[in-house]
Design a protein around this ligand. Structure first.
Ligand code: ADP
Ligand code: MG
Length: 278
């Protein structure tokens, strides 16, 4: 069951980025998808959410090929918060969140009383109720991210895919988001999130999938996969796994970036070379 890909090949313009990926996202758990930039995390989520058709192999949801479902049925099963959003002009947060109800609307496309209630509940839960009447194109990056998250949650799907949901959020909202994911999981949802903070992943997620260059590098519990060897191989840092004194969960401590690619050292700028300003 759950979400699976088997011998998946996917990419862009006929060029493969994911070459042969087989993995399963366990049902009813929080899975973190981690890996360096360009490792195909977003490509995998786009494939699973039918935004990017596979070049070969298969993707299944609850044991069925994802393309066997009607678009409406699929959008009631799975929702995606994409990494990049086109910010719509001139609409309010409340209107945007209402778009999340599209899979449930009647022929006339208007929100019913229940839809409106769900929109209000989701805005309260994501702390977007205080900006409900503001225009989305006039919000800060983090506020926009919360508005799009609210839209995704309004879709009320048992599978929730979040691509870098914490990137623009302040610390308080990051923690709130991790707790929201836990609450969704505890209500039976399957949550997948692309995260860059390994300690947030280790603390809040049940399962990790580690990718690099479009290939699977490891999968399992945070304790199993966040080993010094893996961190060196995948992230090129010298790091160790410890136990978090607060949560008792695994915690990654980076010792040094000795394995990191060296930044190129720029030559001295003009003001340092003593050149006169023009
Ligand atoms: P990640 O999310 O892990 O940072 P992506 O899945 O976005 O990585 O990208 C994986 C690879 O696919 C990268 O080499 C990237 O350049 C390429 N890629 C991503 N999106 C596109 C696109 N729309 N067109 C062409 N190549 C793309
Ligand atoms: Mg990405």
């Amino acid at each position: 069951m759950a979400l699976s890909v088997k011998n998946l090949k996917a990419g862009y313009g006929g060029k493969e980025a994911i070459h042969d990926l087989t993995t399963t996202i366990p049902e009813g758990k929080i899975t973190a998808l981690i890996g360096p930039n360009g490792s195909c995390k977003s490509t995998l989520l786009k494939t699973l959410s039918r935004l990017l058709p596979p070049m070969a192999g298969e993707a299944t949801i609850d044991g069925k090929p994802i393309y066997q479902m009607s678009p409406r049925a699929f959008s009631r099963r799975l929702s995606l918060l994409p990494q990049h959003q086109l910010v719509p002009e001139g609409i309010t947060v409340r209107t945007l969140v209402g778009y999340g109800r599209s899979p449930y609307l009647n022929l006339w496309g208007s929100l019913g009383k229940e839809d409106e209630q769900i929109v209000e509940q989701v805005m309260a839960a994501t702390h977007t109720d205080i900006i409900a009447d503001k225009r989305v194109d006039q919000l800060s990056g983090g506020q926009q991210q919360r508005a799009f998250l609210a839209m995704t949650l309004a879709q009320e799907t048992p599978y929730l895919l979040l691509d870098e949901p914490t990137t623009y959020l302040d610390l308080n909202h990051q923690v709130a988001l991790m707790e929201m994911m836990a609450a969704q999981r505890d209500r039976g949802a399957t949550v997948v999130a692309v995260l860059h903070d390994l300690n947030q992943a280790a603390r809040y997620c049940d399962h990790l999938i580690i990718m690099k260059d479009g290939a699977l590098m490891g999968e399992g519990s945070p304790q199993e996969v966040l080993t010094a060897e893996m961190l060196a191989k995948v992230f090129r840092v010298s790091a160790a796994q410890h136990v978090c004194p607060e949560s008792g969960k695994p915690m990654v401590v980076v010792k040094n970036a000795g394995l990191t690619e060296q930044m190129v050292v720029l030559p001295d700028p003009g003001w340092k070379r003593g050149e006169k300003a023009a």
